[in-house]
Design a protein around this ligand. Structure first.
Ligand SMILES: [Zn+2]
Length: 224
């Protein structure tokens, strides 16, 4: 994109885009006063040294009190145009020059940040930094918790034991009933056996009598 640009390292101001978007931005040439010029160059936070001759810094970096015509502009309700000779950029500047932070120091910074966060987290935890009284309260609390855990476990086991005992009693009763039933069946079976034997004997006797009667009759017929 063509147009005037701002030389502050992180600033994206561009005169053409500002015009298109209806944004009022002014671009200022670097000052003549050596001390002020040095400040401007430094505050641009550029990686390499540069010749400020053709460079500009935009109005986004100057506070209102840095303008010579501030009051005039306020009365006219317009944007001030002229910076004071001593004006220094102070707004929207890069915080730290990017190139001064090496990768290694970035890593160290991250490590340090992590360490601080971790130490804060540890401080939050009640176990650390606890006074002896707190510690004993802590351990007796955990002991009470342990006891209560054991008690509830014992209660569960006890209930299981009672249930098993009841089951065992039921099975025992069932076995006794089964035994009685079997004995009944054996008795009934014996009775039936006796009854069957008796019937068989009676039948045998009847058959015998029948044959005997038949024989006597035929003998009688031969005689007469
Ligand atoms: Zn700028």
């Amino acid at each position: 994109m063509t147009g005037t640009v701002c030389y502050v390292a992180t600033c994206k101001s561009n005169s053409e885009r500002a015009k298109k978007e209806g944004e009022l931005i002014r671009f200022f040439t670097f000052p003549k006063k050596k001390e002020v010029l040095k400040q401007w160059v430094r505050l641009c936070r550029r990686k390499s040294p540069f010749d400020p001759k053709n460079k500009r810094i935009c109005s986004k970096h100057f506070a209102l009190d840095q303008y010579e015509d501030m009051i005039e502009a306020q009365i006219k309700n317009t944007m001030p145009k002229r910076l004071k000779e001593t004006a220094i950029p102070s707004l929207n500047l890069p915080l730290v020059p990017e190139h001064t932070i090496s990768q290694r120091s970035k890593r160290m910074e991250l490590k340090e940040q992590k360490r601080i966060v971790e130490s804060l987290l540890i401080d939050e935890a009640p176990k650390e930094n606890a006074s002896p009284q707190d510690m004993s309260a802590c351990s007796s609390n955990s002991l009470l918790q342990d006891i209560s855990n054991h008690q509830s476990q014992h209660e569960i086991l006890n209930q299981k034991y009672i249930a098993l005992k009841e089951q065992c009693e039921k099975l025992k009763n069932q076995a006794q009933q089964d035994k009685a039933e079997i004995e009944n069946l054996i008795t009934t079976n014996k009775k039936l056996q006796l009854s069957a034997d008796h019937s068989q004997n009676t039948l045998n006797a009847k058959v015998y009598q029948h044959f005997k009667d038949g024989h006597q009759a035929s003998t009688y017929n031969k005689e007469y």
